[in-house]
Design a protein around this ligand. Sequence first.
Ligand code: PMP
Length: 397
Amino acid sequence: MFSDLRPLPLDPLWALQNAHRDDPRPHKLNLGIGIYRDAHGHTPVLNAVQHAERALADAAPSKVYRPLSGNADFTAAMTRLLLGDHTPTLERTLDRAVTVQTVGGTGALRTLADLIASANPEATVWTSNPGYANHHPLMRAAGLLTAEYPWHDDGTGQTDLSPMLGTLDAAQPGDILLVQGCCHNPTGIDLSQESWHALASSCQERGLIPLIDMAYQGLGKGLTEDAQGLRIMTRQLGTVLIAASCSKNMGLYCERTGTATVLVPHPHEKPAVLSVLEGIARRTYSMPPEHGAAIAATLLNTPHPWHAELGTMRDRIRTVRETLGAALRAAHAPHDLLTIEHHQGMFSLLPLTPHQMDTLREHHAIYGTREGRINIAGIPDHAITPLAHALIAVYGR
Ligand code: PMP
């Protein structure tokens, strides 16, 4: 049966991980994979998570199967985290929302892709270029077509909307606009508030349905600020899809915790959407895992300790960015390298060619993706100045 099967090429990100693992140089620096690290290079379990885990262990609730849609405390709290806790129109928006628990943000994207394929198999999913490496494979695995819109810096660290909207002229009504809600992976370039408004109007005029990928809420400007674009969309449009992840903002990476939310124009459409989402879960893995969702529900419903720790992570990312920017300036770096100062969230896309990224790895033991992405949140304090010097050495002045 498997004799003709050929191994797939190793995912470039995992290949990079392996190369870093096998590199004997003691000063090697892994800026490839997107995980948060503290000033010493560690990714500890949040205190709020440890408390929640102890409480859950003490309470020793049963391990019986949970519902197909997951932990209801978790999905309700996530819906509010995404759509807004205190807005005057929230209750009306919540009436239109269906949320199910998913296996991480990836599971949310795939579940929503399957939902789209059930409702409109002809839909093309438009995603950014450059963009998240897994968007195309995830959407195509559900049988959907994909296309790309450009995602460029307008010179101030925000997305230039004109080429994006120009490309979307080719989109058909019913197509899906997959857009990252904040802290864009891999560029760190986000939409301004005005651009979100313009994009929402454009979706309305063209009949496009936004699918907002929210993988980094709280790691850019703040939990509320990072959801502003998403909320502009949900206020203005009848149908919005949201894929959310708790991997980064709660440090629950391996617990695979996320949600898929579907906002429908009329509450009477909710039962059908929920039943299709549950059907997708049933035929894929049946019930989602409880542990991460139960932890996340505790964090969301007693938020102060979590907010404090999330604030620490966010502040550190910002400080690393500023310090790296200052080190680049002090060493008279060219302007192009300084764009990292404007970016948001864990990542920045450097203006380096794949060959220059190879040189960075080979000569300086600094591992970023060949496309030029580095994980700003992964730079230990002691490595900031050497990194600035290495970047200038490779890029030139
Ligand atoms: N979307 C984006 C933009 C991401 O960067 C990631 C994670 N790297 C995901 C989705 C998937 O998140 P998760 O790890 O929770 O599956």
